[in-house]
Design a protein around this ligand. Structure first.
Ligand code: HEM
Length: 178
């Protein structure tokens, strides 16, 4: 792909990311209006379920990339990986991310009015996690076009980032150190 093509693709990805953020802020605002505060524990349970699905996908996708890199373009294995990656992203990771954010923002407003130190730090870590999500979504597109240039080692390293962010996030929300 040319440098111009890459800029256009990156621009579209950023526009899609911005649209998702607007959409989920709207969903969270609607939830705040219609869901009674008494359902706090139920929404928290739904949040944790959504997080489990989001994290499972975020940890599995770069693993698929590690194996995909080893399959020659056009081979049966490579075409199978493309289907697995696309389905994992569209059917699990994207909806789970939207649900995690929507329920999480509801909890942050209902429980804390967005005013706790640990919550601000958690939000920063979750924004970083969402950026990794965007990066992986872009990679799914590049693998589908057989234009991935990154090595298996690169994807192994990327695989560790959601794990590290997850540890930080869980400690922040459960220990609430500040
Ligand atoms: C997407 C944006 C997110 C927001 C706005 C958010 C916000 C929140 C809030 C306000 C709570 C309630 C805390 C309490 O009642 O003590 C909560 C619970 C929780 N969150 Fe999130 N969260 C988000 C994403 C995540 C992620 C990515 C993870 C894990 C990787 C996570 C893990 C948890 C867990 C385990 C709980 C339950 C904690 C408890 O019951 O003590 N959250 N979240």
């Amino acid at each position: 792909m040319t440098a111009h093509g890459e800029r256009v693709t990156a621009g579209r990805a950023a526009a899609r990311g911005a649209l998702s953020l607007v959409l989920l802020a709207g969903i969270a605002a609607i939830l705040v209006m219609i869901v009674p505060s008494g359902l706090y524990d139920w929404i928290k349970a739904a949040h944790v379920v959504a997080i489990i699905a989001w994290m499972a996908g975020m940890l599995y996708l770069p693993r698929l990339f590690v194996y995909h890199v080893a399959s020659p373009a056009g081979s049966e294995a490579s075409e199978t990986f493309k289907i697995m990656e696309r389905r994992l992203l569209r059917a699990i990771i994207n909806p789970a991310m939207m649900a995690s954010w929507s329920f999480g923002l509801w909890l942050a407003w209902e429980g804390f009015r967005f005013s706790a130190g640990w919550l601000h730090a958690k939000l920063a870590a979750v924004v970083a996690l969402s950026a990794v999500h965007g990066y992986l979504a872009g990679a799914v597109r590049r693998f589908a076009e057989d234009s991935n240039r990154k090595s298996a080692r690169h994807w192994r390293i990327v695989n560790e980032i959601p794990t590290l962010l997850m540890i930080v996030i869980v400690v922040l929300v459960i220990v609430k150190p500040f």
